[in-house]
Design a protein. Structure first.
Length: 376
């Protein structure tokens, strides 16, 4: 068992041990994690208060791997006591499949929360597989390739009225697919016009957000509609559009238990590159499916998650969900649904910021995910 496995075993045993033993174990673990910045406290005098934590994962596409989460919380105005904490997290990973990459998630809240700046980005090299487009293609054979990609999606939002935000942004991605055993009639020649697609487009969004904390919501609602316009005039290879809709509702049962609901859909139209089609299965939704196996113009999903905070920093979640995909909204019911169930462990490293380890089960596949903050 590696050092992180020992730490996790210690965390679990501390939660069920006798009070005297648990107090000793918790103190020793607190001391160790404090050296990594994971002290479950926020010190505004540090500027960005960082935490560093490693952890294992297993996903169908990446196989067994080791990830490292570097998470920080901060305030634009250290004297602001009302606006929720801003956060930034970097997640790096390396796996036995030969995959490696770095991801970025940043949520910045300016004073009085009138302005918000959100940035998502990733750079990755991942040996993976391509099945084609549509549900039927996902039931057949796949073709292996190396996914060398970069993505970045910044959004700037302005509050219009209380809890309602209008945002503008950019969505950029570039893919270099290094295909193994390429030949006429293979998967890529059937479904892809190019193995090196580049997509660049402008986005506009309207968000209603009454959540108390984005990284670990306890109550409130989130409604979002985002429209993305990709065109050669904006640097994109092809012209297409994407509309993403999301609804979340958080029902607090008490101060330690929350039931979280999530409805999500993404709909594309036009000359959509194969790497920008909607996908069913990632570390937030339809957990347990091989990411990229199920892709089509349109994907919808729904899930419900029960979250409970236990003693000390421990917590756990249980979820169940279902998804569907199709070439158009009217075809979403033509194929069998994609179910997902799972269980997750939570460990709080900073106020309202968890490290999560999720074990998800899909149809004929499973995945173990290591991430920062809640899935939604």
């Amino acid at each position: 068992m590696n050092r992180w496995g020992v730490v996790l075993a210690g965390l679990v045993s501390a939660g069920i041990a006798t009070p005297a033993v648990a107090e000793i174990s918790q103190q020793s673990i607190d001391d160790f994690l404090g050296k990594l910045g994971a002290d479950n406290q926020y010190d505004p005098s540090k500027g960005i208060d960082w935490s560093v934590l490693p952890g294992p994962f297993y996903t169908p596409e990446l196989k067994l791997g080791l990830g490292t989460a570097v998470a920080g919380i901060y305030r634009v105005d250290p004297n602001d006591k009302t606006t929720q904490n801003s956060s930034i997290s970097f997640t790096g990973f390396v796996s036995t499949s030969g995959a490696l990459g770095v991801g970025l998630h940043n949520y910045t809240f300016f004073s009085d929360d009138r302005w918000r700046l959100f940035i998502d980005g990733a750079v990755a090299k991942v040996p993976t597989e391509f099945w084609g487009v549509g549900y039927d293609a996902a039931q057949g054979d796949s073709q292996k390739y190396n996914d060398n990609s970069v993505q970045v999606h910044p959004q700037l939002m302005r509050q219009i009225v209380n809890n309602l935000y209008l945002g503008v942004g950019w969505d950029f991605s570039a893919m270099n697919a290094n295909i193994k055993n390429s030949k006429p009639g293979d998967k890529f020649s059937q479904y892809a016009h190019t193995t090196n697609p580049l997509s660049s487009g402008a986005t506009v969004s309207l968000n209603y957000d009454s959540r108390d904390v984005i990284t670990q919501p306890h109550h409130g609602q989130y409604i979002s509609v985002e429209y993305s316009y990709f065109d050669p005039s904006l640097g994109s290879d092809t012209h297409f559009t994407a509309t993403k809709m999301q609804y979340n509702y958080y029902l607090p049962l008490d101060d330690k238990r929350v039931v979280a609901f999530d409805l999500w859909g993404r709909f594309t139209h036009g000359d959509v590159p194969w790497d920008r089609l909607s996908e069913a299965g990632d570390d937030n939704r339809l957990r347990g499916y091989y990411q990229g196996r199920y892709r089509d113009n349109d994907v919808v999903s729904g899930q419900v998650e029960y979250r409970e905070k236990l003693t000390w920093r421990h917590g756990y979640v249980l979820w169940a969900g279902v998804g569907a995909l199709g070439s158009s909204p009217s075809n979403l019911g033509d194929n069998p649904l994609l179910p997902t169930v799972g269980v997750g462990y939570r460990f709080e490293v900073k106020p309202d910021m968890n490290i999560r380890l999720d074990l998800g089960f899909g149809r004929d596949s499973a995945g173990f995910y290591f991430q920062v903050a809640e899935a939604y």
